[in-house]
Write a new protein. Structure first.
Length: 265
């Protein structure tokens, strides 16, 4: 589905809710599952998690994709363990794609063969850029990077999300107050405020506001919960202390009536 079709009619609020809520974190969507947000502090059994995740309906697949990609890259012994799991095709597809992002295309093809994928599908498993060499383009991609960051505690996975947010504000007709306002509208459940902001932009431009707000909210929300995220944002702030991205962080924290932290003072 195209971006234009997503933004027709009254769908803006749906996009906003999915964008900001979905990309706030990559929190595991069931209390019965280990919390992937804390894997970097408290590792758990990865194959057991994958099985349980599949049984709960594969919710949060974008975050799990990034989580597994980082696990496979940093803990390659997990590949053989996951390869023995009796997964259905949708979960298999996430595992295969995670292997590709982890630069394990040979392992991905071998696993697809083991899982009896059709030859044509096996042939389509070609190398792709590593996750850190890709750029997020929408909130579901932010979740993939958050999943990888929570698997590793590596701030490198946060940078692409921040760069997207800063890039949205660098667009000539995008106002930082509008992006912050969109975040606040989501937090407060204010549909009218969100749609009023959207009406300031043509359809093809409003995505910068909506998706930029999604990135901003995810950065701020996760900085409150994870020290490594807060430290990464503090470094970004030191790099461009007078930039629009830092201004947006300050505005959001001020609007939420909490003291600025982590260098954004």
């Amino acid at each position: 589905m195209s971006m234009g079709s997503l933004l027709r009619g009254g769908a803006l609020l749906v996009v906003l809710l999915a964008a900001t809520a979905g990309a706030q974190t990559s929190r595991t969507p069931s209390p019965d599952l280990p919390n992937i947000e804390r894997y970097y502090e408290r590792p758990f059994d990865v194959p057991s998690f994958v099985l349980a995740w599949e049984k709960t309906g594969r919710l949060g697949a974008d975050g799990v994709l990034g989580f597994l990609a980082a696990i496979f890259a940093n803990e390659p012994e997990q590949i053989a363990r996951v390869s023995t799991l009796p997964l259905a095709k949708p979960a298999q597809t996430i595992v295969i794609q995670a292997l590709r992002f982890a630069q394990k295309s040979d392992e991905a093809r071998a696993l697809a063969q083991r899982w009896n994928w059709p030859p044509r599908e096996q042939a389509n498993i070609a190398p792709v850029r590593p996750l850190l060499a890709t750029r997020p383009e929408q909130p579901s991609h932010f979740n993939t990077f958050w999943g990888a960051s929570f698997a590793t505690g590596d701030a490198a996975y946060i940078r692409p999300i921040y760069d997207y947010y800063a890039g949205a504000l660098a667009e000539p007709d995008i106002g930082v107050d509008q992006v912050v306002g969109m975040v606040l509208a989501r937090i407060r459940g204010d549909r009218e405020a969100a749609e009023a902001i959207a009406r300031n932009y043509p359809r093809e431009r409003v995505r910068w506001v909506v998706f930029g707000a999604s990135a901003l909210w995810s950065l701020d929300a996760n900085a409150r919960q994870h020290r490594f995220v807060a430290e990464a944002i503090a470094q970004f702030v030191r790099e461009t202390p007078e930039g629009l991205a830092v201004k947006g962080l300050r505005m959001l924290r001020s609007a939420l009536r909490e003291p600025s932290q982590n260098g954004a003072r």
